[in-house]
Design a binder for this molecule. Structure first.
Ligand code: GLC
Length: 445
């Protein structure tokens, strides 16, 4: 753990006064033109409070699982079609092999809930072009093209409704390596297609595949609160306009990320595989991250980040006002790898005791202390202590607050607080309550 902590603790502790920092989110221009800042706050409320979500990358790519013609293919599993330049017809031949009979939507939702996650975002179609739902717009979908003959998104939507957790959809609006005219990965050399079957009219692709499929995923499964687009490079303003219009017609209350293209900023910044040093002042944001080294399933990748690491990351993100969208990559049978389940379950165990210091909190009102992180909720500051003080005194550099009191969140034990020149000096037990992060609740009038 030490090494993670040392990297994270770059900023020195400074004394701070609480009140000027009370408003964590500034009122920026709303995504829907007529929306007032207050209406936006209402729309974003559940998401801002949720803090922790499950990203699921699941598609045909789980069948090859990182291997093509017996050879391991480098980088992300869901990019295998592009990275190995697999011809369209050959790739489509994975579909008859895709029969995830162990898929159990209730079980997945239970795993997410036990990890303390409050929402799920699943790939409805990734860059491979394969719809993980029953689609009239393209037969290249899990219902029509596989022996499975079920619609996992319908089952997940139902399970989420039953278990009270939100479900959002990732949709690759631009890159599509299957449908004629779908976007490619743009590099300096321009469009790089590897199969003549990919040639086609990009506008037709948008009108005949993207627009109808976005409509399908946003209307077939009840109200969907999140749409998560990806990689807009090369997506024109007119294409983005058509997609955006469709989204708004389906659900004007939806939350959209910042990857549609066409100049749409969306509601959320989406730092990927990293936690920004300062968050995004004035913008909502969500770090998305893999547990191992891939989003989509790879047979060989069992290098899972341990629960302790994920927990420190969640706390770090919350202290900067963001959300954590943590990915799992189910296998071709429909199981979330056990190593991933174990790691996230560890985070869930901590949240069961300490969740109030994460859910519904806003960014730290103070500079990052050397010993850990702060989160805030109304008149409470939560001190998440990673490095427990050996001398039994925790110095919290908060000044100018009225009648501060402190308790240990896990045991509710009252702690002695003295106001000193450096801030509050809190007397803590010598034994740390939690080896990774112990939370002290500091309340003031
Ligand atoms: C990157 C990857 C893509 C993945 C996404 C998640 O854009 O290329 O495969 O879905 O990150 O944020």
């Amino acid at each position: 753990m030490k090494s993670v902590k040392n990297v994270v603790f770059a900023v020195a502790a400074m004394a701070c006064a609480l009140l000027p920092f009370a408003q964590a989110y500034s009122k920026e221009a709303p995504v829907v033109s007529k929306e007032t800042p207050e209406q936006k706050d209402v729309r974003m409320k559940w998401w801002r409070e949720a803090k922790f979500g499950m990203f699921i990358h699941w598609g045909l790519y789980s069948v090859p699982g990182g291997y093509y013609q017996g050879k391991p293919i480098r980088q992300y599993g869901e990019w295998i079609m592009n990275n190995a330049k697999i011809p369209v017809a050959e790739y489509a031949a994975f579909a008859p092999q895709f029969n995830p009979v162990k898929f159990n939507a209730d079980e997945w939702v239970k795993i997410a809930k036990e990890a303390g996650m409050k929402y799920i975002v699943i790939t409805s179609k990734h860059h491979e072009g394969f719809a993980m739902f029953r689609s009239k717009a393209s037969p290249f979908n899990i219902y029509d093209a596989t022996p499975f003959k079920r619609d996992p998104l319908a089952e997940l939507a139902e399970a989420c409704r039953k278990q009270g957790i939100k479900l959002g959809f990732y949709y690759s609006q631009n890159l599509d390596w299957h449908h004629p005219g779908g976007g490619m990965y743009y590099k300096k050399g321009g469009v790089k297609r590897w199969d003549p079957a990919q040639e086609g009219d990009p506008d037709k692709y948008v009108d005949q595949i993207v627009v109808p499929q976005v409509k399908e995923i946003l209307t077939q499964y009840g109200e969907i609160p999140i749409i998560w687009f990806d990689i807009p490079v090369g997506f024109t303003k007119s294409m983005a306009d058509r997609v955006y219009k469709t989204v708004m017609e389906c659900n004007p209350n939806i939350l959209m990320n910042n990857r549609l293209g066409g100049g749409y900023r969306g509601d959320t910044e989406t730092p990927e595989q990293k936690i920004p040093d300062q968050g995004f002042p004035g913008r909502d944001w969500e770090t998305c991250m893999t547990i191992n080294g891939t989003w989509g399933y790879k047979k060989d990748d069992a290098k899972f980040k341990p629960a302790e690491d994920l927990l420190v990351k969640l706390i770090d993100i919350a202290s900067k006002g963001g959300n954590f969208l943590l990915n799992v990559g189910p296998d071709p049978e429909g199981m979330i790898p056990a190593g991933e389940v174990n790691s996230i379950a560890g985070v869930g165990k901590w949240l069961q005791v300490n969740g109030e210091a994460i859910y519904g909190t806003t960014a730290s009102p103070c500079a990052t202390p050397a010993w850990g992180r702060y989160t805030k909720k109304n008149r409470v500051v939560y001190a998440h202590v990673f490095d427990w003080p050996k001398d039994g005194k925790l110095v919290v550099a908060i000044k100018g607050i009225k009648s501060p009191s402190a308790t240990l969140l896990a045991s509710k034990a009252k702690l002695d607080v003295k106001e000193t020149a450096e801030g509050l000096s809190i007397t803590v037990p010598t034994e740390e309550p939690d080896k990774v992060a112990s939370v002290i609740v500091i309340e003031h009038q």
